[in-house]
Design a protein around this ligand. Structure first.
Ligand code: ADP
Ligand code: TYD
Length: 218
């Protein structure tokens, strides 16, 4: 990957997928492997919604408090704006590597795909929150690489049931999660250069091997 591809020297990597697909299982190992490859680079592991004091407070509300779908998407982007300002942008400007457990693809998948918010509205929010002008040149802060952990809704639900008490999103039905998954897959088709689909039905060991190969490509 060309580290200078954006208007800043850092690398931005995101992990995505429906709840229970296996992002959290692989993100720490991936970060360790990347650190081994780039020993002199600072690696920041973060998450959305969250990643800042305010973002974590918004996360608690977003994951527990019922609210109007537009309130939900606005709070997701409010948390994201703070996350960009406090964590992501300073790191990318300093040449660090940022790995985030979820970013804007989650908003398209859950709020557009799942909740039915229009893509036009989401595009407006994305452009507002991620749009920047540096030296007169306009661009959007976007992940350089996104790993989409893709898994059937039924298997993901079984995995979740074995390990955790469901939050507000995890209580939603199969229909909701199929819409979310389909929107993720639609975006993977549109952004083929950025989004790499990981077959999350493979064993943890096999996925780890795939992720190790991906580290080699970065
Ligand atoms: P996410 O962060 O995407 O919600 P997790 O990483 O928390 O998902 O995984 C959900 C559950 O599924 C965990 O109990 C985890 O151990 C298990 N799990 C993750 N990946 C696999 C896999 N490839 N095969 C079987 N179980 C898995
Ligand atoms: P996640 O971070 O995956 O939590 P866990 O560690 O419990 O799996 O979950 C955060 C939830 O927030 C998840 O259900 C997806 C949802 N979400 C959105 O709906 N929109 C967004 O923009 C983001 C970032 C997350």
């Amino acid at each position: 990957m060309n580290l200078q591809a954006q208007s800043y020297p850092g690398i931005f990597i995101t992990f995505e997928g429906i709840d229970g697909a296996g992002k959290s299982t692989h993100i720490n190992h991936f970060a360790r492997k990347l650190q081994e490859k780039y020993p002199n680079k600072k690696i920041i592991l973060t998450r959305e919604p969250g990643g800042t004091d305010l973002g974590e407070k918004l996360r608690t509300e977003l994951l527990n408090q019922p609210m109007h779908p537009e309130t939900e998407v606005l709070l997701m982007f409010a948390a994201r704006r703070e996350h960009l300002a406090q964590v992501i942008e300073p790191a990318l400007m300093s040449g660090d590597i940022v790995i985030s457990d979820r970013f804007t693809d989650s908003s398209f998948a859950y709020q557009c795909g799942g909740r039915g918010i229009s893509v036009t509205q989401l595009n407006t929010l994305e452009n507002w929150v991620q749009g920047r002008t540096i030296n007169g040149q306009a661009y959007e802060i976007q992940p350089n690489k996104t790993f989409l952990f893709d898994l059937s809704v039924e298997i993901a639900q079984k995995r979740r049931e074995q390990t955790r008490t469901p939050d507000k999103f995890e209580q939603l039905d199969t229909n909701f999660f199929n819409l979310v998954r389909n929107e993720y897959l639609r975006r993977a088709e549109v952004f083929q250069n950025r989004i790499k689909i990981i077959d999350a039905s493979l064993s943890i060991d096999d996925i780890q091997k795939i992720m190790d190969l991906e580290v080699g490509l970065l």
